[in-house]
Design a binder for this molecule. Structure first.
Ligand SMILES: Cc1cc2nc3c(=O)[nH]c(=O)nc-3n(C[C@H](O)[C@H](O)[C@H](O)COP(=O)(O)OP(=O)(O)OC[C@H]3O[C@@H](n4cnc5c(N)ncnc54)[C@H](O)[C@@H]3O)c2cc1C
Length: 404
């Protein structure tokens, strides 16, 4: 196994900022993953030009460590969403999730970003009978609300190369892309428009002081701005007293392994998942099987850690999972293994808007579905900052001040 905790996606190096001391700016954005870069992008679209983007150890960001899925919905099935929040909220949330996925597609098209984007669907696969029943209920609820979703039989799944499975749900609108290429491509657009970007700035604290926001940083001391955006996702509680006090997000470690290029072509190339989404997979452009998950089988569920080393038990579990559920005709050789830190939202909704200060904003907390939500939430955040209208569901459910 080469590349210890080195993600396959970072074979394309992440664009990094200048190591020089940043200057004060109108708005400073903390974090250069998909949320931070997207916030810069959408604020520039609104005409904001004096923006400063800062990050610390950017390669550790979840943005470069995910599975490339751009999925309709949230981490919960439609059946679970209805049970948790009621039919109306579930339906509005699902619609919004579709919008945020389409924002990624439209941005890629608008700027012709070469990010291997494909809108080729998503397959949710049951590995036991109770999950299969949940999938059928979700399909019914989705169809009742006018969302496209189809049942896939066990026999059809077996023909597609899976085994020990119990039926599934195909959802045609979801997509996939290379996360580093997307983030770098978008960042490049922002840099050409004048974004100031500095790497290696660890923000220790952010606070409102008079009519300014002050960031305490290492090694550069204080930076001042008119406003700040916390786009540090799971890391937000480490630099924001507000996040720490209300425990808006909890970090948890996700882990992925990726094979060497397969000799044969596996029929399902698009995003798919098993076991309520706990295992998730894709076939890369160069024909590698990438699969992540298994954290629910570990003691403690990999919660509460910021260490991005790999857990050998998870690695082993994922390899065995592939042997049990993929009918491959060749021996798989594993080449990459890495982990990354996601942010579980306390409410199950992302947080978008002002924190306890009207000058300090955030977009964060996507519980494993951040590829689309980060880009789409950042667009909504730019609307909020600019005083533009936002969807009801965002005002009602995504308000970071919910707990104050
Ligand atoms: C294993 C794994 C698999 C996943 N799979 C998927 C998937 O297939 N599809 C999907 O939609 N989502 C997936 N996700 C989730 C998705 O990757 C994240 O939700 C998304 O990347 C979050 O982006 P972000 O910009 O908010 O945060 P991050 O990408 O984590 O970026 C955080 C940023 O904050 C900066 N930062 C942190 N602390 C400081 C500090 N003190 N000072 C300055 N800067 C700081 C970092 O440098 C970084 O730039 C997965 C995540 C993981 C870990």
């Amino acid at each position: 196994m080469s590349g210890y905790s080195h993600p396959y996606w970072l074979e394309v190096p992440a664009l990094k900022g200048s190591p020089d001391k940043p200057q004060d700016a109108e708005i400073v954005i903390i974090g250069s993953g998909l949320s931070g870069v997207s916030t810069a992008y959408w604020l520039q679209e609104k005409g904001y030009s004096n923006l400063l983007l800062v990050d610390y150890e950017p390669e550790k960001a979840a943005t470069f460590r995910n599975c490339g899925h751009i999925l309709y919905g949230t981490v919960e099935s439609m059946q679970a969403l209805v049970a948790l929040h009621g039919a109306e909220v579930a339906s509005k949330l699902w619609s919004l999730s579709i919008d945020v996925c389409h924002e990624v597609r439209d941005t890629i098209r608008r700027h012709q970003i070469e990010a291997h984007y494909k809108q080729d669907g998503y397959l949710v696969i049951a590995i036991d009978e109770s999950e299969e029943r949940e999938i059928q209920q979700s399909i019914e609820l989705l169809q009742q609300n006018g969302f496209a979703s189809e049942y896939v039989t066990r026999e059809q799944l077996e023909k597609k190369g899976f085994r020990n499975v119990f039926g599934g749900r195909f959802e045609p609108g979801s997509a996939q892309a290379h996360p580093t290429l997307f983030r770098n491509g978008l960042l490049d657009v922002c840099l050409k428009r004048g974004l100031k970007y500095h790497s290696g700035v660890r923000v220790e604290a952010v606070e409102e002081v008079g009519d300014k926001v002050r960031l305490k940083t290492t090694p550069w001391g204080s930076i001042e701005a008119d406003a700040a955006v916390i786009a540090a996702n799971a890391y937000s509680p480490l630099l924001s007293e507000f996040f720490a006090r209300y425990r808006l997000v909890e970090p948890y470690r996700g882990q992925i392994i990726t094979s060497k290029p397969l000799q044969h072509r596996f029929p399902v190339r698009f995003p798919h998942s098993f076991d309520h989404g706990y295992e998730y997979a894709i076939i890369t452009e160069d024909n590698r099987l990438m699969i992540g998950g298994w954290r629910n089988r570990t003691e403690g569920g990999e919660l509460g850690t910021y260490e991005i080393n790999v857990n050998p038990l998870v690695e082993l579990g994922l390899r065995e999972f592939v042997e049990n559920h993929y009918a491959l005709t060749e021996k798989v050789e594993w080449e990459f293994s890495w982990s990354g830190i996601m942010a579980a939202s306390k409410t199950g909704f992302p947080f978008i808007g002002p924190t306890d200060s009207q000058r300090i904003f955030t977009c964060s907390g996507y519980t494993g579905h951040g590829f689309s939500w980060a880009h789409g939430s950042a667009k909504i955040l730019a609307d909020i900052i600019n005083g533009d209208p936002v969807p009801d569901i965002v005002r009602e459910k995504c308000n970071p001040r919910f707990f104050i």
